[in-house]
Design a binder for this molecule. Structure first.
Ligand SMILES: *[C@@H]1O[C@H](CO)[C@@H](O)[C@H](O)[C@H]1NC(C)=O
Ligand SMILES: *[C@@H]1O[C@H](CO)[C@@H](O)[C@H](O)[C@H]1NC(C)=O
Ligand SMILES: *[C@@H]1O[C@H](CO)[C@@H](O)[C@H](O)[C@H]1NC(C)=O
Ligand SMILES: *[C@@H]1O[C@H](CO)[C@@H](O)[C@H](O)[C@H]1NC(C)=O
Length: 306
């Protein structure tokens, strides 16, 4: 069976099914993350998201889940917000690691998730002047990115970008394998080349196989705005234990690598979706009177300062 699938996969490659390459969990990965999240939105969250989405989304957050990749080069400052690198160690430390190449603090995927979550908290109290449509599209994308293990990788190899490998016969790099190739191979081999079939399989596991674990995924005891620190710590661990493990320059990766890594990829997509919904539901939750008063007094304070 395995061999047959492999053979079919090769045939498809030989037939020249040219697949356009993309940045960061490819389009499919981000699409699935946002689709999973959307189904878990509360009523209030659904309404707020609909209100903020641009016309072009047609009411579907998943349609703009890759927007942040599309504007990455127009908004050059946003490029470092897609990832964070460590100095070659298998742990994450915010004050050591979260900065851009100029050393400016907070300019990494963890800082960005905190940033855009904070901005969205001003929804309907907004005096911030931020474009909350962009805040929402950034947040949805970055919660996806931070769950792709190699978006929390080593600085020296740029999260696997400089590690050239062959994915079966095709020359690519390790980062791209994790963004796109593993998902594409799974789609071809198991899911009829249909992202919605893959999505259904992952969703089934969320309510079934992983149901007991979901509570732990949502556990968040940080003092910071979000639990993005925790997601980053998980990703660098997975990078060391799975992504980088037994990989060297010019290696050919095939069935052994694919079959042992695909469960990690599918679970990370599920976790990202569940957590995106959790953050969005929290941001747009019904607030008590006291909280509203607090926000009001902050606002008055700001006005007073001006
Ligand atoms: C994190 O890094 C900072 C700066 O390098 C260092 O001062 C701090 O001790 C580190 N924290 C932990 C928990 O290792
Ligand atoms: C926070 O968001 C603003 C508006 O998009 C952006 O200018 C700034 O660079 C962001 N900072 C971080 C750390 O994400
Ligand atoms: C907010 O951002 C979106 C996406 O970049 C843009 O289409 C829209 O015009 C912006 N809104 C305002 C009021 O600037
Ligand atoms: C569902 O969970 C099982 C058990 O953990 C795993 O082997 C399988 O790969 C998962 N399938 C998907 C689509 O996530």
């Amino acid at each position: 069976m395995r061999f047959l699938l492999y053979f079919l996969h090769l045939m498809l490659l030989l037939l020249g099914a040219a697949v356009p390459s993309a940045q960061a969990w490819g389009k499919e990965g981000h699409y699935m993350v946002c689709k999973i999240a959307e189904e878990l939105f509360s009523k209030r969250a659904k309404a707020a998201v609909l209100n903020l989405l641009p016309e072009s989304a047609g009411g579907d957050l998943a349609a703009v889940c890759s927007w942040a990749d599309e504007i990455r080069f127009r908004y050059r400052w946003s490029s470092p917000l897609h990832y964070v690198d460590t100095p070659g160690v298998c742990n994450f430390n915010y004050s050591r690691d979260c900065h851009n190449s100029k050393g400016i603090q907070d300019m990494c995927v963890v800082g960005a998730i905190n940033n855009y979550t904070t901005q969205l908290l001003t929804y309907q109290h907004s005096s911030s002047g931020y474009n909350l449509t962009e805040s929402l599209m950034f947040l949805a994308h970055f919660i996806g990115d931070i769950h792709q293990p190699l978006h929390v990788g080593f600085e020296d190899d740029e999260g696997g970008n400089t590690i050239i490998v062959h994915w079966y016969r095709r020359k690519t790099n390790l980062h791209h394998v994790w963004d796109t190739s593993i998902i594409e191979t799974a789609m071809k081999d198991f899911y009829n080349n249909d992202v919605d079939v893959m999505l259904e399989a992952i969703k089934m596991n969320i309510t079934d196989e992983w149901a007991d674990g979901v509570k732990d995924w949502k556990k968040c005891r940080e003092k910071s705005v979000t639990c993005a620190d925790k997601y980053a710590a998980e990703s660098i661990t997975l990078s060391c234990d799975y992504a980088y493990k037994d990989v060297e320059q010019d290696i050919t990766l095939g069935d052994d690598y694919f079959f042992s890594r695909i469960p990690v990829v599918e679970k990370r997509i599920a976790q990202a979706g569940v957590r995106l919904a959790q953050v969005i539901n929290h941001v747009f939750r019904k607030r008590g009177k006291m909280e509203n008063l607090e926000l009001l007094s902050q606002k008055l304070h700001q006005i007073h300062l001006i």
